[in-house]
Ligand binder design. Sequence first.
Ligand SMILES: [Zn+2]
Length: 119
Amino acid sequence: MSLETLAITHAELSAEISEIQRAQSGLFCDRFRFDPGLLEYDTCIGLRYKEVGNVRQENGGMYSFDEGETPLCDACEKTRELKRKRVKLRIHLGQVRAAITRIGRRLKEQGQAEHSDEC
Ligand SMILES: [Zn+2]
């Protein structure tokens, strides 16, 4: 992939991630609608994590978030979905950055090689 394509992909991924973050920041757990005094970890997601953590501690085994029984409200389901998307995009963004870094490293080495030729 050319440096130009990588830069465009980087810009697109960054924009998509920002868009998701904006969408996520507008989502509020239903539980807060009824009790605004709740703390951040009192969302359905927070409670599910607590449940999953407790089960893991008791059984010492693997127990995934999706296996949890604490119900998630629509906003929390959506938050999870957006987070999953964001994680995927972040991984892709990391790969693009790594590719840009590789090219940069090569260009730097070439530059040094050319420079040493002049000496
Ligand atoms: Zn919720």
